[in-house]
Design a protein around this ligand. Structure first.
Ligand SMILES: [Ca+2]
Length: 752
């Protein structure tokens, strides 16, 4: 009631020059704890002090912001600890908004669903060439439109940042999104109810970034059957039940529940549905898996050729498909055991993807039942190309649906799933960055049903597009954030049947993989190897590197890419140093080793017993977290939670190194305290803290910094201990490498 009284006080001094007089029937509720805010503003926020009843008296405790509508008021808390304390509602708010909608000659705003799949390859669904049964997605494509050149960032978290903010990942402030606003933060002030279900994989929680409802996991990957401890429901920890839980299904259960709540508000709604499928571990449901068992005995060469043909028939692409690379053997050359194993892996992928489609079928049925399908814009996407990283394969001899198995990705199938392109997740070649992209919106699309659009588009375009369609303005200021400029453009002209003649260049960067798409040209580098130049209009599959023929274009684009990386993205200098001069063999230690059928199992066995160990370093005996340090690995980064009791990492054995002196380099982000230290040994007998020792100072302001340490040791290093801090807090490391006296660089602690 108190908040309601505040409403009234403000209303008395504000002139509402609209069709409805505000002030009677005010009611307010101090609702129970932990409830997301139902009301977002339409006008602008005014900061007001809020009072809270504590004991028998009132305390001015939290700060609220007052939303001034043309027709009413609402409050939202910005409590210091971000916890929800209550919500304040003026009942005059709803009635005038409803009146306004009824009066308006403007068409009703569309509902919006953005569906993001995880690690889905370009050709993995039926309407993009797949043999996997996806009738619901195919139906959306047949009645909507499909993009043939829609791009993501080739990686999980960066794609999510770009999708939600309309900015390049680094430009938005990475996972923290400190330089951006998100889609729900943009749409809610325009009257939208906002909800999310599924994988978050960014800092804080969705409810901290404008989502009024959220169910899902905050982590980058999770067990389909058992989940993990990062599940949340509307900001609160959610215990995964032992039975009746399966991520893809449970995500949709909650999505539909949220839509039910949205309908009660009579508002248009925005739903972001981020499935973890078909990301590893490959854990399909039994029936979904068995549907495909045996179907992939034909192998990846046959599957890929069939997908190429289907893409041509669909009119999606008519290109020269890239050939099978050297690091993937012909299917027929594999041992029967390996063929059997790989065919089962592909059946597992197919089962996961089939299930996504079935759940989308539930969503479509729900929209049809509620009469909303016509004016709901559905956008379907993947966050990156198929994943080639073959890591642990737990339960390889069991069944993928037994609840304990956890199979990893297959490089061979990743190649075939990215038909007709080259390379994979993380690489900025077309296989890494190309996503299927379906738009379904009967009330809004002016294109022919089933249209295929070849205008290049990127995830950064989603926010500007939805803002325009939802009648929302994109804020230029936001409390507590220093907003960077938008990178994307609105795709509404495409939906209206027009072509977009030109667009800003598409900047591509993840770790050491880089690229730039500008018009018909694309400059691209595989993990800092020499630049390559392709004319994408003529050579979408990047088979004919024409950099020697067009040095002036390459030079212009190299400068453009570097300037953007530096001045727009503010990327660390290390990420835009010049590319290598000479190309070397392209390989990755986590690509499936087909020469050794037990390779991936062996890797898993080696990792057993090291519960908190990260991935093995190149040729090393692995990384060990010290007591008092929790270590996890995410997107190539070593993430440490330090308790302050001599925290750190130990590399038990380093890869063979030639003689020093050495330079140890890495990037560090830390919010812990105290100096950093390293210890090293040159033999197996010496145990740190005996051996060499060096103290170094670091900043703990949460910003990325480059750390370069000179180790004046000429004998070959054997082990290394690295303490990034002395106190408690979080630290994150990436790009660890050791340079020897000859200048040779050896990467250590590589996780991706
Ligand atoms: Ca992904």
């Amino acid at each position: 009631m108190l908040f309601g009284l505040l409403c009234l006080a403000f209303a008395a001094v504000l002139d509402f020059n609209e069709q409805c007089v505000f002030c009677f029937g005010i009611s307010a509720s101090c609702s129970g704890k932990n409830r997301p805010w139902d009301f977002e503003n339409a006008g602008g926020w005014y900061i007001v002090p809020g009072f809270q009843k504590k004991g028998g008296s009132m305390h001015m405790k939290n700060i609220f912001r007052l939303a001034v509508y043309r027709t009413g008021l609402a409050f939202q808390a910005i409590a210091p600890n971000r916890s929800y304390i209550g919500t304040a509602v003026s009942s005059a708010l709803l009635a005038p908004v409803a009146l306004q909608a009824a009066d308006s000659s403007e068409p009703p705003k569309p509902n919006i669903v953005v569906i993001l799949t995880d690690d889905l390859g370009f050709s993995d669904i039926g309407c993009y060439g797949s043999e996997i049964s996806t009738p619901n997605l195919d139906r959306l494509a047949a009645n909507g439109l499909r993009f043939s050149q829609f791009y993501n960032t080739a990686k999980c978290h960066s794609s999510r940042v770009s999708l939600l903010t309309g900015r390049w990942c680094r430009q938005a402030g990475n996972e923290k999104m400190t330089s951006a606003v998100t889609i729900p933060e943009v749409l809610a002030p325009a009257g939208y109810f906002t909800a999310m279900a599924g994988k978050w994989h960014l800092d804080q929680e969705p409810t901290d970034f404008g989502f009024q409802r959220y169910f899902g996991h905050l982590s980058g990957a999770t067990s389909y059957y058992k989940g993990d401890n990062t599940f949340r429901l509307n900001g609160q920890p959610w215990a995964v039940p032992e039975k009746g839980f399966y991520t893809t299904v449970t995500d949709m259960d909650y999505a539909l529940k949220f839509l039910g709540e949205a309908r009660e508000t009579k508002k248009p709604w925005f739903l972001y549905l981020a499935f973890n499928a078909p990301h590893a571990p490959l854990q399909p449901l039994e029936a979904d898996y068995k549907k495909y068992l045996g179907k992939y005995d034909v192998g990846w060469d046959v599957m890929r050729a069939a997908r190429v043909e289907k893409q041509k028939k669909l009119g999606l692409l008519a290109v020269e498909a890239s050939p099978r690379p050297d690091h993937i053997p012909a299917w027929d050359s594999l041992s029967p055991e390996m063929r059997n194993w790989e065919a089962r892996r592909m059946a597992a992928y197919a089962g996961l993807i089939d299930r996504v489609d079935q759940e989308i079928g539930r969503l479509i049925a729900d929209l049809e039942r509620s009469g909303e399908l016509k004016n709901t814009l559905i956008l379907f996407l993947s966050d990156n190309g198929a994943c080639p990283y073959d890591r642990k394969n737990i339960g390889r001899d069991g069944e993928p649906y037994d609840g304990t198995s956890a199979w990893s990705d297959s490089t061979g199938w990743a190649w075939a799933r990215n038909t007709p392109f080259r390379y994979y997740k993380q690489n900025q070649f077309e296989g890494g960055i190309s996503t299927p992209a379906i738009v379904h919106w009967p009330a809004g699309l002016k294109t022919k049903p089933g249209a295929i659009v070849s205008s290049p588009a990127h995830l950064v375009d989603v926010l500007p597009t939805l803002a325009e369609l939802g009648g929302a303005s994109i804020p230029e200021k936001w409390p507590g954030r220093d907003l960077s400029p938008l990178a994307g453009i609105s795709l509404k002209p495409v939906f209206d049947g027009q072509t977009i003649a030109s667009r800003p260049p598409i900047h591509l960067l993840f770790a050491s993989d880089r690229g730039l798409r500008d018009g018909e040209w694309k400059l691209v580098s595989f993990q800092s190897q020499p630049w390559e130049l392709y004319n994408i209009a003529q050579d979408r599959t990047e088979l004919h590197n024409v950099i020697a023929q067009h040095p002036e274009i390459a030079s212009r684009m190299t400068k453009q890419w570097t300037d953007m990386a530096d001045k727009v993205l503010h990327a660390p200098a290390k990420e835009y140093v010049p590319v290598d001069v000479v190309a070397t063999e392209r390989k990755h230690r986590e690509w499936t080793v087909y020469s050794d059928p037990d390779a991936s199992t062996a890797r898993h066995d080696a990792a057993k017993g090291k519960k908190k160990a990260a991935k093995k370093g190149s040729g090393s005996d692995g990384i060990r977290a010290r007591v008092g340090t929790k270590l996890s690995v995410q997107d190539g980064q070593l993430q440490l939670q330090c308790e302050g009791n001599d925290p750190g990492l130990v590399f038990n054995t380093l890869p063979p190194l030639s003689t020093g002196p050495y330079t140890l380099e890495f990037r560090l982000q830390s919010t812990a305290s105290g100096d950093g230290e390293i210890y090293w040994t040159t033999d197996a007998q010496t145990i740190p803290t005996k051996g060499g020792h060096l103290v170094f100072s670091v900043k703990h302001d949460g910003e990325w910094q480059m750390v370069t340490l000179k180790i004046a040791e000429t004998r070959a290093l054997y082990s290394l201990r690295l303490d990034p801090c002395a106190g408690s807090g979080k630290a994150c490391l990436e790009g660890l490498q050791i340079k020897d006296a000859s200048g040779k660089i050896t990467k250590i602690g590589e996780t991706e």
